[in-house]
Design a protein around this ligand. Structure first.
Ligand SMILES: Cc1cc2nc3c(=O)[nH]c(=O)nc-3n(C[C@H](O)[C@H](O)[C@H](O)COP(=O)(O)OP(=O)(O)OC[C@H]3O[C@@H](n4cnc5c(N)ncnc54)[C@H](O)[C@@H]3O)c2cc1C
Ligand code: FES
Ligand code: FES
Length: 479
């Protein structure tokens, strides 16, 4: 099939094939300066405030799946095959304000109005998800939208108000498929190139053929490089269209998560198998970020404060790496070669993450400590997975983030605990070893002494939660 050279998408109900546009133009910039749709606002331009929230629809079988996303860190080329909805598309069946807009108005959920289109789009996506909306769900859906003047109570009231459902859309999925029929998107603009292979084989070949190409999955990191750091990305290979990388399945005693699975799509399995990890993933960025951001990239970017790697270290996860047709499987803790460096060779990428399914009697807990509950980067992450027998530690694996230049396994702490009685004395001795294991840095997120103290206390908390008589250590009981 011939390649297509420009992204094809619907803006509302109208097809678009913008001929001359850089693939890394942000959707926010495109909406405001090309489409003259000023309802989508720019606040922070880095995925934090939600003023730029739009909704992306994509075919999911015969239906559409809708996601609230941040237009400021979304590349134009990523619109290919999708429906882009902005506040200008919201309307009731009679042409009046959409029910989410009516609810915001009736509950006094808007003052200056700058944030309001973003809230309306997040609420619209929430309604379209079909989720039962209780207070917890509303808070989670709106945590990525900031309002500087109204206060959140009226907005939450609007979220919880009963609304008539939108009529089901049964035509758009088929129309979108017809719009993008043909080969994969391969666009050029000046010296820039965007290639979106549709199979794993083609993706692997593309990354070997052009070793200067940057692989991009959800683009939430890469979007900030462009929107804030004004970096020019010349060759991009998008992983988003490769269905093999979007799969999540249980097989051979493992949960296999394709590297391009967005966080939100993994939550069902994470909640079912590793509830603590599901709860922690819900604290990554906002729902808008989690609808695009991927677990594969959270590992690949090798940030010392990425939230998922410490948990995966404790869970004994393996990474499947691919270069061309060659595959290798490595334990995740061996993947990090230094500060923001990995063992990936040129043209190699993460294909999937394999997490062993939980075994009877093994206990897993993980924690993210940050200045705020939502929308904040960790100061320290800690994860523990242990098996006990006869009151002693049979096996324990411990992963930390924020304590070293990379996510790290606490081998010396594990070694002193294995075979020891699971008692106050053992855990106190292990806390002393933990102090000597890592040399954390002091930065604007936390001082080294604070990081050390938090790490020690999280180990102690794990002891309290798993020892025979457990005092209550959480406001919300551990699952
Ligand atoms: C507002 C905001 C809030 C955030 N909050 C958090 C947070 O709370 N916790 C946290 O941990 N992170 C956070 N992040 C960071 C980021 O969203 C996550 O790390 C996310 O997982 C990145 O996924 P992505 O697919 O969007 O990455 P992309 O931008 O697509 O890629 C990021 C990097 O990984 C590389 N890459 C991607 N996939 C692969 C692969 N399969 N193989 C090899 N290389 C690959 C890319 O080349 C690029 O260098 C936040 C980011 C933003 C913008
Ligand atoms: S402008 Fe703030 S999240 Fe996009
Ligand atoms: S109404 Fe002014 S920022 Fe929300």
């Amino acid at each position: 099939m011939p390649d297509r050279d420009t992204p094809a998408f619907f803006l509302g109900d109208s097809p678009r094939r913008p001929g001359s546009v850089s693939p890394t133009t942000t959707v926010l910039e495109y909406l405001r300066s090309v489409e003259h749709r000023p309802g989508t606002k720019e606040g922070c331009a880095e995925g934090d405030c939600g003023a730029c929230t739009v909704v992306l629809g994509e075919p999911d079988g015969p239906r559409m799946r809708y996601r609230a996303v941040n237009a400021c860190v979304l590349f134009m080329a990523a619109l290919d095959g999708k429906q882009l909805l902005t506040v200008e598309d919201l309307a009731a069946a009679d042409g009046g304000p959409h029910p989410v807009q009516t609810a915001l108005a009736e509950h006094h959920g808007s003052q200056c109005g700058f944030c309001t289109p973003g809230f309306a789009m997040s609420l619209f996506a929430l309604d379209r998800s079909g989720a039962a909306v209780d207070r917890a769900e509303a808070v989670e859906a709106l945590a990525g939208n900031l309002c500087r003047c109204t206060g959140y109570r009226p907005i939450l009231d609007a979220a919880l108000a009963a609304r008539p459902p939108d009529p089901e859309d049964t035509a758009t999925a088929a129309r979108l498929r017809a719009l993008t029929a043909g080969g994969p998107l391969r666009m050029k603009y000046a010296e820039q190139a965007w290639h979106a292979p549709e199979t794993l084989t083609d993706l692997a070949a593309a990354l070997v053929a052009d070793t200067s190409a940057v692989p991009v999955a959800g683009g939430t990191d890469a979007g900030v490089w462009v929107s804030k750091q004004h970096r020019r990305l010349n060759a991009i290979v998008s992983m988003e269209k490769v269905q093999e990388l979007r799969a999540i399945e249980r097989r051979d005693g493992m949960l296999r998560i394709g590297a391009a699975v967005p966080y939100e799509d993994a939550l069902g399995e994470l909640d079912a198998l590793f509830p603590d990890l599901g709860a922690m993933v819900r604290r990554i960025g906002s729902r808008q970020i989690r609808e695009r951001g991927t677990i594969g990239a959270n590992i690949a970017n090798a940030s010392p404060i990425g939230d998922v790697p410490p948990a995966l270290i404790a869970l004994d996860a393996k990474l499947v790496l691919r270069r061309g047709a060659a595959q290798r499987t490595v334990p995740i803790e061996t993947f990090f070669a230094g500060y923001r460096r990995t063992i990936l060779t040129t043209g190699e990428f993460i294909e999937s993450v394999d997490i062993p399914l939980p075994k009877d009697g093994r206990v897993f807990r993980c924690h993210k400590v940050a200045k705020r509950f939502d929308q904040d980067i960790s100061a320290v992450c800690a994860a523990f997975s242990a098996a006990f027998a006869g009151g002693a530690v049979r096996d324990i694996r411990i992963g930390f983030g924020g304590m070293a230049a990379t996510p790290a396994r606490a081998h010396p702490v594990e070694n002193i605990l294995i075979g020891q009685p699971w008692t106050e004395a053992s855990v106190r001795a292990a806390m002393t070893v933990l102090d000597a294991t890592f040399v954390p840095i002091s930065d604007h997120r936390a001082r080294a002494a604070y990081r050390r103290l938090v790490a020690r206390n999280l180990l102690y908390k794990f002891f309290l939660e798993t020892a025979a008589s457990t005092p209550r250590t959480r406001l919300v009981p551990a699952p």
